[in-house]
Design a protein around this ligand. Structure first.
Ligand code: ZN
Ligand code: MN
Length: 143
């Protein structure tokens, strides 16, 4: 995992982006996390170590990582965005009760894109597939 962070740091530096301790901490936290945290989650996790950190700083850095292609932003309507440093093609299952997001490994559903292209004449560039439900913990509380 360390090499993934170092690789990302190199990529940012070659793009002319200066590395600061806070920036590094945010990047490192995200790359070690599998929970798809919000900017707020990251702020709460890091603020004890970095008392001068603000949510705005976290958010601005996340935007910078997204623009650099290191991190993807998952947007869910009005809810605040979640961030994922796993750039591989994968889908998410989201708990509608507690907001937990879990990765699932599933081959890309290309038939939908082919059908959409055939039916509309569009040059299809991609798709979003969101799976919703109750996670095992929430399912227990609702049964
Ligand atoms: Zn849940
Ligand atoms: Mn993910």
């Amino acid at each position: 995992m360390e090499s993934k962070v170092e690789h990302a740091v190199d990529q940012l530096k070659s793009g002319g982006i200066r590395m600061t301790p806070q920036r590094y901490a945010i990047l490192h936290y995200l790359m070690e996390s599998y929970s798809h945290p919000t900017a707020d989650d990251i702020f709460r996790a890091l603020s004890p170590q970095y008392p001068s950190l603000s949510v705005a700083t976290v958010y601005n850095n996340l935007k910078l990582f997204v623009d650099a292609g290191l991190v993807r932003e998952l947007t869910y309507g009005d809810d605040s965005s979640r961030f994922d440093a796993d750039m591989s093609d994968h889908y998410h299952v989201t708990c509608t009760s507690c907001g937990t997001i879990v990765d699932i490994d599933h081959p890309p559903v290309m038939e939908v894109e082919r059908t959409a292209a055939a039916m509309t004449g569009f040059s299809v560039l991609g798709h979003r597939l969101e799976i919703y439900g109750l996670c095992p913990t929430c399912k227990g509380m609702h049964s």
